[in-house]
Structure formats: structure tokens, C-alpha cells
Ligand binder design. Structure first.
Ligand SMILES: NC(=O)c1ccc[n+]([C@@H]2O[C@H](COP(=O)([O-])OP(=O)(O)OC[C@H]3O[C@@H](n4cnc5c(N)ncnc54)[C@H](OP(=O)(O)O)[C@@H]3O)[C@@H](O)[C@H]2O)c1
Length: 228
């Protein structure tokens, strides 16, 4: 049987690294671990040494790095102080990045299986009905995740063989979460799950995802879903 092939972007650390770690343990599996600076992640490098046949590191930048760094620096900002630049930076990373990667991988995915899966790591902050009520100052982040949820549904309807699913990975103890807590200290009271727990849950949802008539809801790592 031909191996199942995965391409994971942002795999140098955080949830992306958790996903490639779990996938590389699977039989008959090839994982391409995409990261924008392959030399800067010792954890990913040592994983590739342990799994030389089924894990391959590739250089992959989904959106402009300077824009991304700027977006992280302005993760938390009051709605009245949000600048147009901050909005653009978040869209660059969270919305345009996944769209461009879909476009780049489209022909390979189309040639792979009858129903290729394209999974977007979104956030419950992008749920109109849920994320807008969370009392954090994350308007640009939430709006860019809401936009990528729309992109996921549109790709689903435009490309009938594909299974396109946006997933909330949980509130996870990563560098990204630490930046948010530093900028908004009350978030420290919010319970975080481990990267391993998140990766395990996300992969279960991915494994079970099927093409349906309707676009997938915003799925959650724990098997549930969020309203749009
Ligand atoms: N952590 C949470 O609680 C949480 C909750 C909901 C949703 N999410 C979502 O989950 C995803 C991963 O978050 P995380 O917490 O794991 O973040 P993280 O620990 O900050 O890691 C971010 C990863 O993305 C990579 N990356 C950033 N910009 C990139 C670009 N332009 N091109 C290629 N790679 C890029 C980083 O690479 P470098 O090492 O090169 O910087 C790193 O591997 C994000 O979409 C985030 O919004 C996270």
C-alpha cells in the first residue's frame, strides 16, 4: 500500500512540531515538516535524525516573516487602537498564508488521493458567535481567523473532491500562548492543554474527516465544534 503523505507547515515548534512528532511515529507514513528556518529548531532536527526514513524537513514560508513577527508583537491591542497595519499583518499570516499554501500544493494534492485533506489550524477566536464575546483585546487575530474559516468553506465548495476543515487546536501551552499571556496577564488563569494532547485530538479529527455536502463547521480538537 502506498504511504500516506503529510505536509505540515510551522513545524519548528508549538502545535506544528507536536503534529509532526505524532505523525512520524505512524507506520507507512511520510511527513514533510515545513518550517521557514530549518536550521533554527534543534527539536525538529533531532526528530529527523530519529526518523530518517519517514520525516523530511523542508523550507516553507507561508507568509512574509517580517509581517509575521510584527503581527505577534501586536497580538493584543484594544479595538479603538487597532491600526490598519495590524489588521493587514494578521491577515497576511493567518488568512493569506493558508490560502497561498493551498494554491501551491493544489496540483500535488489533486494527484494524491480521491479526497485529499487540507486542514487549517484556526481558532475559536475566529467564531463570530463565540470569539467576539471573549473579553480579550484580539480584534485583528480573531478577524483574521474568522476570515480563514470563510476561506476554508469556500475552498470546500469550489473543489468538490477536497476535504477542507478548519480546526480549533485548544488553548495550548506554546510560545504563542505565552506571548498572549504576557500581553494580557488575566489569561494566565485560563487552563492550557499540552501540545501532545492538542496534537492527538487534532489528528483524530483529521483522520475521521470526510467530504460532506456541507462545508465542515469550525471543528475542535476535542471532537466538538464551534458555531461560525
Ligand atoms: N496556542 C494556542 O493556544 C492556540 C489556540 C488557538 C489557535 N492556535 C493557532 O495554532 C497555530 C500554531 O500556534 P502555536 O501556538 O503553535 O504557535 P507558536 O508556538 O508561536 O509557533 C508558530 C509556528 O508557526 C511558524 N510560522 C510563523 N509564521 C510563519 C510563516 N510566515 N511561515 C511559515 N511558518 C511560520 C513558526 O515558525 P518559526 O519557528 O520560524 O517562528 C512556528 O513554527 C496558529 O495558527 C495559532 O493561531 C493556537
Amino acid at each position: 500500500m502506498a504511504p500516506t503523505v503529510y505536509l505540515v507547515s510551522g513545524s519548528s515548534r508549538g502545535i506544528g512540531l507536536g503534529l509532526v512528532t505524532k505523525l512520524a511515529e505512524r507506520d507507512n507514513t511520510i511527513v514533510f515538516a515545513g518550517c521557514r528556518s530549518p536550521g533554527t529548531s534543534p527539536l525538529l532536527q533531532s526528530l529527523a535524525v530519529q526518523q530518517p526514513t519517514n520525516l523530511h524537513i523542508i523550507q516553507l514560508t507561508a507568509a512574509d516573516k517580517a509581517g509575521n513577527d510584527a503581527a505577534v508583537a501586536h497580538l493584543v491591542v484594544k479595538s479603538l487602537e487597532v491600526t490598519p497595519e495590524s489588521m493587514r499583518e494578521h491577515y497576511e499570516v493567518n488568512t493569506i498564508g493558508p490560502l497561498v499554501l493551498f494554491q501551491s500544493s493544489f496540483s500535488l494534492l489533486s494527484a494524491s488521493t480521491p479526497h485529499p485533506k487540507y486542514i487549517i489550524i484556526s481558532s475559536f477566536m475566529g467564531s463570530n458567535s463565540f470569539g467576539t464575546r471573549v473579553p480579550t483585546n484580539q480584534l485583528p487575530y480573531g478577524a483574521s481567523k474568522a476570515a480563514v474559516n470563510w476561506v476554508a468553506s469556500k475552498l470546500h465548495y469550489d473543489h468538490p473532491p477536497f476535504v477542507v476543515v478548519p480546526i480549533h487546536p485548544g488553548a495550548v501551552a506554546t510560545d504563542g500562548a505565552a506571548v498572549a499571556v504576557k500581553q494580557e496577564p488575566f489569561l494566565a488563569d485560563y487552563p492550557l492543554i499540552s501540545i501532545e494532547r492538542s496534537a492527538q485530538g487534532v489528528l483524530k479529527v483529521v483522520d475521521e474527516a470526510e467530504r460532506g455536502e456541507e462545508a465542515s463547521a469550525l471543528r475542535s480538537y476535542d471532537g466538538g465544534s464551534f458555531p461560525w
